[in-house]
Design a protein around this ligand. Structure first.
Ligand SMILES: NC(=O)c1ccc[n+]([C@@H]2O[C@H](COP(=O)([O-])OP(=O)(O)OC[C@H]3O[C@@H](n4cnc5c(N)ncnc54)[C@H](O)[C@@H]3O)[C@@H](O)[C@H]2O)c1
Length: 334
């Protein structure tokens, strides 16, 4: 076993969320100790049901933006994974300050708590939304930053903080720009959001899929186990002060997703500020971190369908409800 593989004291902010809970399972499997820090605002303890009684797991309910509150929880943490954030597009347009507090103040507080604890590594969950309507496909990390709405802006500012702390305070840290992560436990409740949750609830309810525009827009859908793997690999590598794309190595249209899920579809209007394609250039993370995705789209969708019961009880959107929920989107981003 190399020093990088030896069991570590790890801390996962947002560990009760969708991606965070998969990362927690992965870290426990790898033999690490894990402390979850989560305010349960959008995350759920049920996401951690499979590992809740694990002797190497502790779960602490706290708001990451309260630095005095979280500082003691970070004591002894060697690897910090910062995934806690408010992660929806639509509410970020209505409530930018709330997003700034959780995603920017929260990130600064996590960096200070990690620094005070003498953490050896920090890995930040950034978002591909920083590229906005990217002109280059696949999109490299050097592409211009064009956040189109407050969620994207706050996640990008958070990344700037992380890279600044790496430069200024020599906190060893990297940022992972995640592209459209999907898989079991993807958020089912709350606001209108990512296509998977919307379609799966519609399929269970026997309602048509609400396809945005002509459905030919493509997304770099990344399976959640691959994303968790990228976090683990990024913590163990020695790169610092860099951002890396995390994608599937491919891009698929919404119509292809409809075909894989199977069922009728209706169209809802195309929205301003949304790209026609997202597609990550993942050559940098392959070369520098040694990570590459393993789960193909058809296999990933099949794994999601095996878990479709998780979306029973999730809100079922129709064209009228979507029109209402995206009013501010059209108002401000047109
Ligand atoms: N899902 C994606 O496709 C995707 C893409 C790009 C980036 N990301 C980023 O990955 C991370 C995880 O996203 P997710 O999809 O799992 O979302 P999620 O909402 O399931 O997880 C976020 C978690 O953070 C917690 N949280 C929110 N505000 C907090 C606060 N102030 N203090 C403590 N905990 C707080 C929530 O309770 C939740 O458990 C986020 O940082 C998100 O911006 C996700």
């Amino acid at each position: 076993m190399t020093a990088a593989q030896a069991p570590k004291r790890t801390l996962v902010t947002g560990g009760a969320g969708f991606i965070g809970s998969h990362l927690v399972e992965r870290l426990l499997d790898d033999g690490h100790h894990v402390t979850v820090v989560d305010d349960l605002s959008t995350g759920r303890l049920e996401n951690l049901a499979a590992v809740r009684a694990h002797p190497r797991l502790s779960v602490r309910r706290a708001d990451v933006a309260r630095v005095e509150e979280i500082r003691p929880l970070f004591a002894g943490a060697e690897w910090v994974f910062h995934l806690a954030a408010l992660a929806d597009v639509v509410p970020s347009i209505a409530e930018p300050l709330k997003y700034h507090r959780a995603n920017v103040d929260g990130t600064a507080a996590v960096l200070e708590a990690a620094r005070a604890a003498g953490a050896k590594r920090l890995v930040y969950a950034a978002s591909s939304s920083c590229y906005g309507l990217a002109e280059t496909l696949p999109t490299p990390e050097s592409a211009p930053m064009r956040p189109m709405y407050p969620y994207a802006l706050t996640k990008w500012i958070g990344e700037q903080y992380v890279l600044h702390w790496a430069r200024t305070y020599k906190l060893s840290a990297v940022s992972l720009r995640l592209f459209n992560v999907y898989g079991p436990r993807a958020r089912t409740a709350g606001t209108y959001g990512a296509v998977f949750g919307v379609f799966l609830a519609q399929k269970l309810a026997g309602k048509p899929f609400t396809v945005v525009g002509d459905g030919e827009q493509t997304r770099d859908f990344t399976y959640v186990a691959d994303a968790a793997d990228a976090f683990a690999a990024a913590a163990a590598c020695d790169a610092s002060g860099e951002a890396f794309n995390v994608g599937s190595g491919s891009t698929y249209s919404v119509n292809e997703l409809v075909r894989l899920l199977g069922g009728p579809a209706v169209r809802v209007p195309k929205r301003p500020g949304e790209p026609d394609a997202t597609f990550a250039d993942i050559s940098r993370i392959k070369a520098r971190v040694g990570w590459s995705p393993k789960v193909g789209f058809a296999e990933g969708v099949a794994r999601v369908l095996e878990n479709i019961e998780q979306w029973r009880g999730a809100p079922v959107w129709d064209a009228g409800a979507i029109r209402e929920a995206t009013k501010e989107w059209f108002q401000y981003l047109s």
